[in-house]
Design a protein around this ligand. Structure first.
Ligand SMILES: Nc1ncnc2c1ncn2[C@@H]1O[C@H](COP(=O)(O)OP(=O)(O)O)[C@@H](O)[C@H]1O
Ligand SMILES: [Mg+2]
Length: 262
């Protein structure tokens, strides 16, 4: 009896020390996460202002406002501009993430005409697609209404479309469709491509920050922001893919008030 009692007491003591340890580790992690968010915030703001100025003045000179330039000078300045753009995109992504993480992403929810929004987004991406001879097909029935923040939902589809175009070879195709499947509360939108595809081992990581199958020109932040925005809307996103034949990103978004526009 007495021995059993001691045993139990020790177990409880062990459990308590493990709990304490976990609590400490958890607090430490939270502090680190906060530090990361603060860092992203400060870095983004401190970087963006001077970089915007660098880009502005470079463009001013590149446009010949301070005198004519020779070919080599123009070429050099256009590189400064395109690299500034790349950095500005990275900073914008980091700002988005810190906003989302700190719960400061404010959504202005209105009723969005899905077909209209997707067509606008595809039009913006068309130049990218044309450069690779990729055809873009949109098949969204008229009258579907989504409850969402216009700019943020557009950002979701711009990210998915730019990926679809980026990871599809010349001559391929990209499509955006909405399933006919009837659900009172949600709309399902599919962004598909005939591109490189994603291996199963990679598929489970693609929504993580900085994850890229191949370190390339992007930042590896697009899908994470995309997923965060969708989740903030009460929706869901996932991907299916087959290496060599293409990928499909499934986006589930809440319907707007009446569901379907009359
Ligand atoms: N449509 C797609 N086809 C193939 N791979 C994709 C596709 N979309 C995303 N990926 C993979 O997921 C990674 C993460 O995507 P993302 O977060 O948008 O980062 P980025 O576009 O900056 O590389 C990409 O680098 C790529 O490896
Ligand atoms: Mg991307």
């Amino acid at each position: 009896m007495v021995i059993g009692y001691v045993e139990v007491l020790r177990d409880v003591t062990d459990l308590k020390s493990v709990t304490d340890e976990l609590r400490r580790a958890n607090a430490e992690l939270k502090k680190l996460d906060q530090l990361k968010t603060d860092f992203m915030n400060i870095a983004s703001h401190e970087l963006r202002t001077p970089l915007t100025s660098i880009r502005g003045f470079t463009e001013f000179v590149a446009d010949g406002m301070l005198g004519d330039l020779n070919g080599g000078q123009k070429e050099a300045l256009s590189r400064v501009i395109s690299n500034s753009d790349r950095l500005l995109r990275l900073i914008a992504n980091m700002l988005d993430i810190s906003k989302i993480r700190s719960g400061k992403l404010e959504l202005k929810i209105t009723e969005l005409d899905l077909s209209h929004l997707i067509k606008e987004t595809v039009t913006e991406m068309e130049l990218l697609a044309q450069a690779k001879n990729i055809s873009c097909i949109v098949d969204i029935p008229d009258g579907i209404v989504v409850a969402g923040d216009y700019d943020r939902i557009e950002q979701v589809f711009a990210n998915l479309l730019s990926n679809a175009i980026k990871f599809t070879l010349e001559g391929g195709s990209v499509s955006v469709t909405a399933t006919e499947q009837v659900d009172r509360d949600y709309v399902m939108i599919l962004v598909s491509d005939t591109g490189l595809g994603i291996a199963p081992d990679d598929l489970e990581h693609i929504f993580e920050e900085f994850w890229q199958v191949e370190k390339g020109k992007g930042t590896g932040l697009g899908l994470m922001i995309t997923a965060d925005i969708v989740r903030e809307h009460g929706g869901a996103i996932w991907a299916t893919s087959e290496v060599g034949s293409g990928s499909t990103f499934w986006v589930k978004l809440p319907r707007g008030g009446a569901g379907v526009m009359e």
